[in-house]
Design a protein around this ligand. Structure first.
Ligand code: NDP
Length: 445
């Protein structure tokens, strides 16, 4: 067992050592990220969406007094509402039918099964929201109107969920050989210990929390802020319609291709800690919806040409995003027999091993979009994110912080992924990087 443990620690999965600097970084992220969300809310609620005015007021008043005066307050109603929402989503996740899908081989050699019923859960949830709003049982702006209290609830929920995941990893791990310990409790809390924590055989924390309280909430929040804009001003702007359209496209794409999502880094590589637990429950519903929170309060009137320009950039980004991700999945799922742009796909056939000592085969595609750059799908995401932010105009930085966050996240991910793939595929990865030289932007980097 000791040898197996050492092998696991050395495998191509997540890192197994955290320096004091990494632990400090993790501690700072855990502390500062909830403050970031709260600052955004204060700026939107009290300072017209201006981070500069918010910072000036905080400096003038003193941070402690400023925080005491502006801190968002929880309500019992919002907390119960949120717990009911998570429970309903858990029931839909558990009981709705859906196709059986498979993830990716884990470093310890586990191949997990999932029921991918996300599209049905999204449809049922939105149909319920629409029907209850139409007959007047539900105020469609309910989420927007309770935003302050919900902000507190989701932060507390996410922090506790991450703690629960950390304890579970020690006392009841789902796949013990896929755990990673770094020796730093803070780093482990942030990055997670278990790769795919589950309750029982199928109830998967990552798929549930990312998809349901995270991504299903995304479009509901959009609709709620749209209703808020309408109730407050008596109209819905083109900018609000446009950003909501982009979000719907992205979210529906996610659920339509939920099977594909099982083979992305979130599921195959990231362990479940604060990063995903708090990230899915608190961060995603807040930061990813900044544009509608802004537009709901401060409408932006786009000219028709600028609306079309933004639409064109967003749709091009989405098309590239879907096409890249589809090419990779198609070539791998057909074991290289597929065609790309009318020609047989090109790839490098490679092998890698798992800690159970077995050797497996895989393909690294070198044609289509994947022949131009090793992460063209990230570039596509950035185009789409930029278009989403552009709907808010250029007056304030705050709604654009989503774009800069995505840029940072994807560049960091790119670096992590390249390191991991080099460990996993060794000489095959070197061959691949010689063949496809650009990391992100063809001809530049
Ligand atoms: P990828 O889907 O690109 O997955 C990377 C993995 O794919 C690698 O670890 C490797 O895994 C495999 N791979 C790498 N190169 C090749 C190749 N040439 N041929 C075949 N397989 C290859 O990245 P992500 O999972 O990070 O992202 C998926 C999508 O989701 C992207 O479009 C991204 O922009 C988006 N995204 C969106 C986020 C959001 O918050 N909106 C957050 C993160 C991502 P292996 O070989 O082990 O299978």
């Amino acid at each position: 067992m000791a040898d197996v443990y050492l092998d696991i620690q050395k495998s191509w999965g997540r890192r197994t050592k955290a320096s004091w600097l990494s632990s400090l970084g993790a501690g700072l992220i855990v502390t500062l990220c909830p403050c970031w969300l709260i600052t955004n809310w204060i700026a939107l609620e009290y300072y017209g969406g201006s981070l500069r005015l918010t910072a000036q007021a905080a400096l003038k008043q003193g941070i402690v007094e400023f925080a005491a005066q502006h801190a968002p307050q929880p309500t019992f109603r919002a907390s119960i509402g949120y717990l009911t929402w998570v429970t309903v989503q858990a029931l839909l996740y558990n009981y709705l039918p859906g196709p059986l899908s498979y993830g990716q081989m884990t470093p310890a050699g586990n191949l997990l099964k999932y029921t991918t019923n996300g599209l049905l859960a999204w449809t049922v949830t939105h149909a319920l929201y629409g029907a209850t709003s139409l007959v007047g049982i539900l105020d469609p702006a309910i989420i927007a109107r309770n935003w302050e209290a919900l902000l507190v609830t989701v932060n507390v929920y996410g922090i506790i969920l991450a703690l629960f995941a950390q304890i579970k990893a020690y006392v009841a791990p789902s796949h013990p050989l896929d755990r990673k310990f770094t020796g730093s409790m803070i780093f482990d809390y942030f990055c997670g210990i278990e790769l795919n924590p589950r309750i029982g055989d199928r109830w998967d924390f990552k798929l549930f929390y990312n998809g349901r309280p995270g991504i299903i909430a995304w479009t509901l929040i959009d609709l709620s802020w749209m209703a808020y804009q309408y109730q407050t001003f008596g109209f819905v702007t083109k900018s609000m319609l446009l950003v909501t359209f982009f979000h719907f496209l992205y979210v529906l794409d996610f659920f339509y291709n939920e099977d594909w999502y099982l083979r992305t880094i979130d599921i195959t590589h990231d362990h479940f800690g604060f990063n995903l637990a708090w990230g899915d429950t608190a961060f995603l519903p807040n930061l990813y919806t900044l544009q509608v929170q802004y537009l709901g309060r401060y409408p932006v009137h786009l000219t028709t040409p600028s609306a079309f320009l933004i639409l064109a950039i967003g749709l091009s980004g989405y098309t590239l995003f879907r096409s890249c991700n589809h090419q990779k999945d198609l070539v791998r799922s057909t074991n290289g027999t597929a065609t790309i742009w009318g020609k047989p796909a090109e790839y490098i056939r490679c092998t890698y091993s798992t800690t159970d000592g077995k050797t497996h085969q895989s393909l690294l595609i070198t044609s289509g979009w994947w022949g131009f750059s090793r992460h063209a799908n990230y570039l596509a995401d950035l185009m789409l994110s930029g278009a989403m932010c552009a709907t808010c105009g250029f007056t304030h930085f705050l709604p654009w912080s989503y774009f800069f966050f995505m840029g940072t996240l994807l560049l960091h991910r790119l670096r992590r992924d390249e390191k991991r793939c080099a460990m996993k595929y060794g000489k095959f990865w070197s061959l691949y990087t010689q063949k496809v030289q650009y990391k992100l932007l063809p001809g530049v980097w």
